[in-house]
Unconditional design. Structure first.
Length: 102
């Protein structure tokens, strides 16, 4: 299989260049997941990176390659048009319910 040296930007992998396997079209995968083992033996943390264009040519606007950007809140999986939207996160500082006993 063919691989391509791809740079990573942001997050813990910032500045590193890793060989990433490319598919039959010559493109690396849209998302790249890196499992990081927990030192205490718990479940591993998964770092998610998104593929973005590295640059575009001047005349035709063709993609000049790919790089990966850190996507900490990226939701894994496909998003179908008929799927329910993800539940909104509560961003209030105190998310405890109020006491209404009186």
């Amino acid at each position: 299989m063919k691989s391509e040296d791809t740079p990573f930007e942001g997050g813990p992998m910032d500045g590193r260049v890793l060989p990433v396997l490319v598919g039959p079209t010559g493109h690396p995968p849209k998302t790249y997941r890196i499992p990081v083992p927990d030192p205490d033996g718990g479940p591993p943390t998964v770092l998610v990176y998104r593929r973005v264009p590295r640059g575009h040519s001047k005349r035709l606007g063709l993609t000049l390659g790919w790089k990966y950007e850190y996507a900490p809140g990226h939701r894994a999986g496909l998003k179908w048009p008929w799927s329910k939207p993800a539940p909104a996160r509560d961003t209030t500082p105190d998310a405890t319910p109020d006491d209404t006993d009186g």
